[in-house]
Every structure is written in structure tokens, then in C-alpha cells.
Ligand binder design. Structure first.
Ligand code: NDP
Length: 239
């Protein structure tokens, strides 16, 4: 732990695998008190696993209360839980559209709303919403997903306007192609197509996103809010 680091209570949604897991591991390594709200319970060592589905307001509120009772008020929220239900617009079902919005966008809203109560009392807080390059770049077959991820930008900026005067920041991290279960599910030809378009010429590891989240939650980022930080090897050219 850095010698001058004051441990914080950090909640990362969806830390059972992939990017969320890497983010949770980062904060554990820093010496923070880390919890996750996920449907699964396979979490990194040192992380308090609170079972919960972000599509349920009751589960989110109960999960926050359990975390606060155990670890104290949540000072850093990383809304990471996300899903894809890809398909072409013409054939996309209402359920596939609604499910993605419910987890990715409304799930982040439910967590941010509940987190804001404690942060306002603390008079400080950091909210980081995990979006995607696809939010602003678009993605064929991802009308639902890109709409949900673009929505997070408006959400972070509105939170910034509402709560910026209370020591609370809200930012968006927009990863590009990160090697996780979500991207392993893409067809090889699709992966090759992306690889050809990424100036860095490679995909990233989840820990490369975790480092940016650590920065946004840290002391040097206190004056950054409403920003979209791409971690995409140049794919979106900074949007
Ligand atoms: P994974 O599918 O590997 O992990 C998703 C996590 O979200 C899991 O821990 C899962 O846990 C959790 N989750 C899913 N639905 C719910 C729910 N309803 N309630 C609570 N937790 C839920 O995805 P990645 O790590 O790849 O992605 C993480 C985030 O990063 C997502 O928001 C994704 O959109 C975004 N992203 C990923 C990119 C990539 O290249 N991988 C690129 C850009 C953005 P469980 O199933 O146990 O509930």
C-alpha cells in the first residue's frame, strides 16, 4: 500500500471476471476496502462479495446497505456490470434491447443513485462508469449496446452538474477491445477486423483499464469530471 494512502470503501459491480475483476484487484492492492455486487460469487481474494443483480432496485439498495454495514460508506463506485445481446437492428427483439439497457444503463443509474446518498453525506465521492468505444463509435449489430453505453456519457455529465459542487466527480471510461469472456465470444473474423482498425495493433488486457480507473478514483483526478477517457489503442481517436 502507498504509505500516504487512506483506505476507501470501493464498490465495483460485476467483479467476478474480466475488467471488473481486474479493477477490484487493483483497489485491493492499494489497500482499499473493496466490495462487489454481482450475480456470481467467484471474486478475487480480499473482495467482499454481495450477491445482487443490478436490474433490481431492491437488490442494489440492499447490497449497498450490506456493504456499508460491513465496510463503511461507499466512496468510490465503479459501475462495470454489463452484457451484450448483439443482433442486427431489423431482427433485434424488444427483450434484447430492453435487457441490455436494463443492465448497462439503468443498472449504473440504480447504483449511482444509491451511492450518491452516502457520497453527499461524506462530501466526497468518485463515480466511474464503464462505457465502451462502441458508445460513441457505433457498432454494427450493437444498437442496444451502443445506445446503453452512449447513455452513460449523458449520465456522468448530468451527475457532474448536479453533484460537482459537493466534492463528487463522475467520469466515463471507454474501453476498446479488451481480452475478456465478452470479447472471446466474438467470431474470429470479427476479432481480426477490429485488430486491423486499432492503431496500437493489439488488444488490451483488463488491467490496462484498471489503471485508468485507479487514476480517476485517486487524488490527482479531483478536478476531472464529466470526461470520457478512452482506453482503446486509438480506435476512437479520442472521440
Ligand atoms: P464480462 O462478461 O467478462 O463480465 C461482466 C461482469 O458483469 C461479470 O462480473 C458479471 O457477473 C457482471 N454482470 C452481468 N450482468 C449483471 C447483472 N445483471 N447484475 C450484476 N452483475 C452483472 O465482461 P467484461 O469484463 O468484458 O466487461 C466489463 C464491462 O466493460 C462491461 O460493462 C462491458 O460492456 C465493458 N466493456 C468491455 C469491453 C471488452 O472488450 N471486454 C470493451 C468495452 C467495454 P455475473 O455474471 O456473475 O453477474
Amino acid at each position: 500500500m502507498p504509505h500516504d494512502h487512506t483506505p476507501r470503501t470501493v464498490l465495483v459491480t460485476g467483479a467476478t471476471r474480466g475488467i471488473g475483476r481486474a479493477i477490484a484487484e487493483r483497489f485491493v492492492a492499494l489497500g482499499d476496502r473493496v466490495a462487489t455486487l454481482s450475480r456470481g460469487t467467484e471474486v478475487p481474494d480480499g473482495v467482499l462479495a454481495v450477491p445482487g443483480d443490478v436490474t433490481s432496485t431492491e437488490a442494489v439498495d440492499a447490497g449497498f446497505t450490506a456493504i456499508e454495514n460491513e465496510l463503511g460508506p461507499v466512496e468510490v463506485l465503479v459501475a462495470n456490470a454489463g452484457i451484450t445481446r448483439d443482433g442486427l437492428l431489423m431482427r433485434m427483439s424488444d427483450a434484447d434491447f430492453d435487457d441490455v439497457i436494463d443492465v448497462n444503463l439503468a443498472g449504473a443509474f440504480r447504483c449511482a443513485r444509491r451511492a450518491s446518498k452516502g457520497m453527499i453525506r461524506l462530501r466526497r465521492g468518485r463515480i466511474v462508469l464503464i462505457s465502451s468505444v462502441v458508445g460513441l463509435y457505433g457498432g454494427a449489430g450493437q444498437v442496444n449496446y451502443s445506445a446503453s453505453k452512449a447513455g452513460l456519457v449523458g449520465m456522468a455529465r448530468s451527475i457532474t452538474r448536479e453533484l460537482g459542487g459537493r466534492g463528487i466527480t463522475a467520469n466515463v471510461v471507454a474501453p476498446g477491445f479488451i481480452q475478456t469472456a465478452m470479447t472471446d465470444a466474438l467470431a474470429t473474423d470479427q476479432q481480426e477486423k477490429y485488430l486491423g482498425a486499432i492503431p496500437a495493433g493489439r488488444f488490451a488486457q483488463p488491467d490496462e483499464v484498471a489503471g485508468v480507473v485507479e487514476f480517476l478514483a485517486g487524488p490527482d483526478a479531483g478536478y476531472i469530471s464529466g470526461a470520457v477517457i478512452p482506453v482503446d489503442g486509438g480506435l476512437g481517436m479520442g472521440h
